[in-house]
Design a protein around this ligand. Structure first.
Ligand code: SAM
Length: 276
């Protein structure tokens, strides 16, 4: 399939910006538990969006300064509005518009870098990771989290949800993204010169033993797919009827006392050992 120019499947509405903040809170434990940026003084967050993970970085690592970049004006504006409202963020961040594939920073100038759900949206992840490798000092640490959309599972069987899910993935893939990029991170990081590359598959498996969390993720997933509704229908990746049936199936799953939800993502840590 031909890869064409990048439209962002979720859009940049206020609703989507709120979703990103809820998303960051939902995944916080899975993403940050066991990650240690406490020796980092200056960290680059690539694709910081509305500042949802920037807030978490500032809260968890009180000595860190976060330089946040994003390619989208609306996200940047919202991050600039939101982050000054956080008391522990004062004088500890700087947000600007920049393309991750063309970082306007000196080589060897950061001791940490963080990317979360960004590489799935970029046309050339190798270029972005090469840039990250370039700006990190020797000893610098990278943490990157990425999707593995082939791992999504839902019980009871929901055929329209599957159609919608594959339409979502096809749209992203055809528009220069990669909904499966998480599985490839080990190769990509090694290829651009990172060392001590550790990959960890983080599994979310929710069933009767944790009904509240299960309901939360099913609602969250419904919202995630809702965020792509207009893009997918407009580009004829799915029709309205199939979309609506998928939403009905989500409601059925939410009510089912024996529902099961599974999804896994990739969390990687890697180091830079030598000067660029
Ligand atoms: C799914 S959002 C994730 C935002 C944030 N990392 C979070 O977890 O809340 C992906 C972000 O990557 C940004 N992005 C996409 N391509 C980019 C690029 N080439 N350079 C910088 N940011 C980019 C988008 O504008 C969007 O804000």
């Amino acid at each position: 399939m031909a890869k064409s120019d990048f439209p962002y499947v979720h859009g940049f509405s206020k609703k989507e910006q709120d979703r990103l903040r809820r998303q960051a809170k939902f995944w916080e434990y899975s993403i940050f538990e066991g990650i240690n940026f406490s020796s980092c003084k200056k960290l680059l967050e690539i694709g910081c969006g509305v500042g949802a993970n920037t807030e978490i970085l500032l809260r968890r690592y009180p000595d860190i300064f976060v330089e946040g970049i994003d390619i989208n004006e609306a996200q940047i504006e919202e991050a600039k509005r939101y982050l000054p409202t956080i008391p522990y963020g004062k004088d500890r961040f700087h947000i600007q518009k920049m393309d991750a594939g063309n970082l306007e920073f000196k080589s060897n100038s950061f001791d940490g870098a963080f990317l979360c759900w960004v590489l799935e949206h970029v046309p050339d992840p190798v270029r972005v990771l090469s840039e990250v490798r370039r700006i990190l000092k020797p000893g610098g640490r990278l943490v990157v989290n990425e999707v593995m959309n082939h791992t999504f599972f839902l019980e009871p069987y929901s055929p329209h949800v599957w159609k919608l899910w594959m339409a979502f993935n096809d749209f992203q893939y055809d528009h220069a993204g990669d909904p499966f990029v998480g599985a490839k991170l080990g190769n990509l990081l090694t290829q651009v010169g990172f060392r001590q590359v550790k990959t960890e598959v983080i599994n979310l498996h929710l069933d009767n033993r944790n009904p509240e969390k299960r309901t939360e993720i099913i609602e969250f997933w419904t919202e995630l797919l809702m965020s792509g509704r207009d893009s997918l229908i407009e580009a004829s990746y799915i029709d309205e009827e199939t979309f609506d049936k998928a939403m009905d199936e989500f409601k059925t799953v939410r009510r089912d006392p024996n529902a099961v939800f599974m999804y896994s993502f990739m969390r990687c840590e890697a180091r830079v050992l030598n000067e660029y």
